[in-house]
Design a protein around this ligand. Structure first.
Ligand SMILES: CC(C)(COP(=O)(O)OP(=O)(O)OC[C@H]1O[C@@H](n2cnc3c(N)ncnc32)[C@H](O)[C@@H]1OP(=O)(O)O)[C@@H](O)C(=O)NCCC(=O)NCCS
Length: 159
C-alpha cells in the first residue's frame, strides 16, 4: 500500500503528457483518514479519469458520493475538464451504484479485463459529461442536504 501511494505521489513517468491529482478524505468529526481519490488529467484537459478507495468500515454512509461530487466540481472549475471517466469491474455493485447516482453512464464493456478474487471479470467504462447532472450543480439524491466539503488543493504532479 505504501509503495502504491509513493508511486502515485511521484506522478507520471517523464514524458507522459498527463497530470496525477491525489486527494485524501478525512472524516469531519474525527479527522480520521477514511479514503482516497485520484484523477488523471490529460494534457489537453478534455477528459479526466477518476478512481476512489474508501475503508470498508466507512462504506454505506454516502462519504464516497460526497467526495466524488466535490472532486468532479473541482476538476470542472479549476481544470476546465469537460468529461469524466471511471473504469469499474462489472462485479463491483457498490461502485456502479455510486457512479450511476452521480449521473455516469456505461459507454462500453471490456471483456475479461480484470483478475479479481480468483476469476477474470469484465470492466465497464463509465463516462459523465460536464453539463450533465453533477456539472449543472444538481446534487445526487444521496448527498442532497449535505455541505459540499471544502477541498484543499490536491497533491499535483506532472504537466
Ligand atoms: C466503491 C466505494 C467507494 C463505494 O462506497 P459506498 O460507501 O458504497 O458509496 P457511497 O458513499 O455512495 O454510499 C452510498 C450508500 O450509503 C448510504 N447512505 C447512508 N447514509 C447516507 C447519507 N447520509 N448520504 C448518502 N448516502 C448515505 C446510501 O443509501 C448508499 O447505500 P447503498 O449502497 O445500500 O445504496 C467503496 O465500496 C470502495 O471503496 N470500494 C473499494 C474500492 C473500489 O472498488 N473502487 C472502485 C474502482 S475505481
Amino acid at each position: 500500500m505504501a509503495l502504491r501511494i509513493q508511486r502515485r505521489v511521484r506522478g507520471p513517468p517523464a514524458g507522459r503528457p498527463e497530470r496525477w491529482l491525489n486527494w485524501v478524505v478525512r472524516q469531519r468529526t474525527t479527522h480520521r483518514v477514511i479514503g482516497t481519490l485520484q484523477a488523471t488529467v490529460r494534457a489537453d484537459r478534455r477528459r479526466a479519469s477518476v478512481a476512489y478507495l474508501f475503508a470498508p468500515q466507512y462504506w454505506g454512509r454516502g462519504y464516497a458520493a460526497e467526495s466524488l461530487t466535490a472532486i468532479l466540481a473541482a476538476l470542472r472549475d479549476q481544470y476546465g475538464i469537460s468529461e469524466f471517466e471511471a473504469r469499474v469491474d462489472a462485479r463491483n455493485d457498490r461502485s456502479i451504484r455510486l457512479l450511476e447516482r452521480l449521473g455516469f453512464e456505461s459507454v462500453r464493456t471490456v471483456p475479461h479485463a480484470e483478475y479479481l478474487s480468483g476469476a477474470w471479470g469484465d470492466e465497464h467504462v463509465f463516462r459523465l459529461r460536464a453539463g450533465g447532472p453533477v456539472a449543472r450543480g444538481e446534487r445526487p439524491a444521496t448527498t442532497r442536504g449535505r455541505r459540499t466539503p471544502r477541498l484543499r488543493p490536491p497533491a499535483a504532479h506532472g504537466v
